[in-house]
Design a protein around this ligand. Structure first.
Ligand code: DAH
Length: 334
């Protein structure tokens, strides 16, 4: 066989061998068999010197061209096998927790929110969401809040347009309505989210802050369920020495309505006996009527916690504005 014929055979054999390699070590082996010291291509290359002088340039050129082709095929196959090696061999379980981020850390408000949500999820609550730009219906009317209620005053609420009156939601309670409009009972949800009020910033107020809303609707739900659930969650998030006190209050969307006061060692250290942290109550029958639930069949409770309040208690922070300044000296402490 002439050298040129052999060269073609070597090339064809090399391309087949590279394609047949199923992993990187296999490919290296195939490469060695062609381009290594005793490789089939190298052996041909060594024969170039013994050819008659006039044949050498043409054969040399052919050898070079084949070498380029072989190396290109090798490179392409290597890229394929590297990609294959990088892919997981097991099917991926996308429900596993992600890797921890290499830089940065969670904001204290995010940590507290996550902890509260986690505690509720253990009890079977799902997480729901709703818009920050709301309409008066979902923020007030459907929650049985009358048109002359002070919360609806533009002194208290940010209205975005005087005519059509979209607004920035003043509480996450609007999401109760949005969820009940879409889903039939039973309902068990929590809604963490941002709310807005026309408060001037001082140590305990800010024009925007965060709440977590809860809603539980089923047959035969009682205030006892409300109390037990909220107590279990606060113990989990803020420790076992937590004590809660439920006081009668008024909200238009619950009857009876209660406010929850909280105390633990930290509260007493701040020189206080109790701190108000949440509103709650049994869902008002009118609210059920508004979303098309039969109040004779369904009962439920709802609550709204202030997340900043809870975070301030947990970490002993006395000025709410620190949460929003994003000063790394503050954020690094958590
Ligand atoms: N929306 C109330 C607030 O912003 C908190 C609240 C009270 C939420 C009673 C509720 C509830 O769901 O039942 O102050």
């Amino acid at each position: 066989m002439s050298l040129l014929n052999e060269l073609e055979a070597v090339k064809a054999g090399a391309l087949v061998a590279f394609g047949a390699a199923t992993d990187l070590p296999g490919l290296d082996q195939a490469k060695g068999a062609v381009l290594g010291g005793d490789g089939r291509f190298t052996v041909l290359l060594k024969q170039l010197g013994s050819l008659p002088k006039e044949e050498r340039p043409a054969v040399g050129k052919a050898l070079n061209a084949v070498k380029v082709e072989i190396e290109a095929a090798l490179g392409a196959r290597r890229a394929e096998l590297e990609l294959k090696a990088a892919l997981p061999t097991e099917p991926t379980d996308f429900t596993l927790p992600g890797r921890r981020r290499a830089v940065g850390r969670l904001h204290p408000l995010t940590e507290v929110t996550d902890d509260i949500v986690r505690a509720f999820r253990k009890l079977g609550f799902a997480v729901a969401d709703g818009p920050e730009i709301e309409d008066e219906y979902h923020c007030f009317d459907a929650l049985n809040t009358p048109a002359d209620h002070p919360a609806r005053d533009s002194q208290d609420t940010f209205f975005l347009d005087a005519a059509s009156r979209p607004l920035l939601r003043t509480h996450t309670s609007s999401v109760q309505i949005r969820v009940m409009e879409k889903m039939p009972p039973p309902i068990r949800i929590v809604v963490p989210g941002r709310v807005f009020r026309r408060d001037n910033a001082d140590a305990t107020h800010n024009p925007t802050f965060h709440q977590i809303e809860g809603l539980y609707v089923d047959r035969g739900v009682t205030v006892g369920d409300l109390k037990g659930t909220v107590e279990a969650v606060f113990r989990e998030v803020l420790g076992n020495d937590v004590k809660l006190r439920f006081r009668p209050h008024y909200f238009s969307y619950t009857e009876p309505s209660l406010e929850i006061d909280f105390t633990n060692a930290l509260v007493r250290k701040l020189g206080k006996e109790w701190l108000e942290i949440a509103g709650c109550g049994m869902v008002h029958p009118q609210v059920f009527e508004n979303v098309g639930y039969d109040p004779e069949v369904w009962s439920g409770w709802a609550f709204g916690f202030g997340i900043e309040r809870i975070a301030m208690l947990r970490y002993g922070i006395t000025d709410i504005r620190l949460f929003y300044e994003n000063d790394v000296r503050f954020l690094r402490q958590f």
